[in-house]
Write a protein that binds this ligand. Sequence first.
Ligand code: SF4
Ligand code: SF4
Length: 314
Amino acid sequence: MKQLVILSGKGGTGKTTVAAAFAHLAAEGPAYRCEVPPIRAVLADADVDAANLDLVLAPTELEAHDFTGGAIAIIDPDLCDSCGICTEVCRFDAIPEPAFPDPAIVDPVACDGCAACVYQCPPQAIHMEQQMAGQWFRSDTSYGPLFHAALRPGQENSGRLVTMVRQQARLLALDDSYELIIIDGPPGIGCPVISAATGTDLALLVTEPTVAGAHDLARMLQTTEHFGIPALVCINKADLHPEGVTTIESFCRQRGVDVVGHIPFDTDVTRAMVEGLPVTRWQDNAVARELCRVWARVVSVLEEDKMHNSASTP
Ligand code: SF4
Ligand code: SF4
């Protein structure tokens, strides 16, 4: 079983468009001159801060599970005597000075969960409570099972939630002998990206032919190289800035990284999203055909890797 992660340096680069198209092509097999046979794939949306793969894949939710994050301080108003000690103790300004006789109140967004106030409160009016930070879901789609999640606004621990989504996808893939996990990764290079990418067999880095796109790509490549993940590059909206494409291609050549796709700009991508369909299913256009070529190349690299692995396996 292989794991493919699709990453981009920032949101809105086309990562989810690519992930949804791959989900469709894996499920459907040959389409739009794509000769790749169907591949049984589990889908994972690891962009838990702004999950949107479910908007395109129209899932039916099968299971929902709570995800607990860090603990925050809770003050019992019946025990609090408004002494204000906790306000002085809190280095995160999470407890405004109480006005006697009103009890102190914790700002749940500012609270860092350090528990310093708990130990300093004379009447022991403060205790720590785990917070529900979000939920993760197992759903069914026309293209295969989908694991996705939603982190509550202001909650941290998105890296842990990404790990949870990936673990669940992997367990199902192993139990039911799926061939591939397609992971729609979070944008950027932070902790959730590392959680989404570590241990994968291949990263497809989606970028745009802009100065910011080239800069983000360099940072993404640093991350994948650091974790020893082979990477391919796909340039989205490639026809909008040919000079930018040349810059990225030259940069990738120097780094020994293959550019496997040049997806043109097309408003059909937005129309397909509005209709809740992968663009490859929407209609046979230039974007769909290029995505088929990219998919074929990605599968071929994953299969080469499989051959190398089986050749080196005793
Ligand atoms: S330290 Fe305890 S008693 Fe004093 S204001 Fe804070 S919660 Fe209330
Ligand atoms: S747990 Fe720490 S951060 Fe939260 S209110 Fe208490 S002292 Fe402040």
